[in-house]
Ligand binder design. Structure first.
Ligand SMILES: Cc1cc2nc3c(=O)[nH]c(=O)nc-3n(C[C@H](O)[C@H](O)[C@H](O)COP(=O)(O)O)c2cc1C
Length: 183
């Protein structure tokens, strides 16, 4: 299975990077081929609502999204790792998601069939901490041909690397990656 892994944090080697690395170790062990996208290293301009993609699946903005559209279409499964930023995803990842309006237009009559997975971490606690991220990622996935199968979320993890002190998180991420690729 071709698995697309989207590293959504601007912080290199932070908590979501560590969790996603573990997830991918499990996935590789189970036989997945991985394509890694580091959103922080890509040039992704924000959507300008020009309306061109309503008529044909072309975006006039010339940047790394052209490669990302192809990667999303080629992938058989996707995993998105993102921190919570003001109850949503960081702006860099949100720009990628907004630019998928093109794929939303292209796929709106189709049922999403490919599996999608979410990993998220937030610094604070609170019952609704992940509500915004889960909704945003769920509908991003649906627009791009995927459906959210499972999510792994960890609250109260703030400092860089703090996830290493969590008793089960890294192991859970490994097992989840393994499971996704055994489907
Ligand atoms: C700009 C910014 C906004 C944030 N907003 C929230 C928030 O709304 N709720 C929360 O619990 N944590 C928030 N955090 C904390 C991060 O979610 C937390 O530090 C997380 O562990 C970062 O993951 P990373 O190491 O993968 O980047 C924010 C951090 C930054 C830098």
């Amino acid at each position: 299975m071709q698995l697309l892994a989207i590293y959504g944090s601007p912080r290199k080697d932070g908590n979501t990077d560590l969790l996603l690395n573990q997830f991918l170790k499990g996935a590789e062990k189970a036989g997945c081929q991985i394509n890694r996208l580091f959103v922080r290293d890509l040039t992704i301009y924000p959507c300008t609502a020009c309306g061109k993609c309503e008529k044909e699946p072309i975006c006039p903005l010339d940047d790394d999204m052209q490669m990302i559209y192809a990667a999303l279409e080629k992938a058989e499964a996707v995993v998105v790792a993102t921190p919570v930023y003001f109850y949503n995803v960081p702006a860099q990842l949100k720009a990628l998601i907004d630019r998928c309006q093109l794929l939303w237009h292209k796929n709106k009559e189709k049922k999403p069939t490919k599996p999608g997975y979410l990993i998220s971490v937030g610094g604070s606690k609170g019952k609704r901490l992940f509500d915004g991220v889960i909704l945003t990622i769920k509908y991003f996935l649906n627009s791009t041909g995927f459906s959210l199968k499972e999510s792994l979320t960890y609250a109260n993890i703030d400092a860089k690397g703090a996830i290493k002190g969590h008793p089960t998180a890294l192991k859970e991420a490994f097992v989840a990656g393994e499971r996704l690729c055994q489907r």
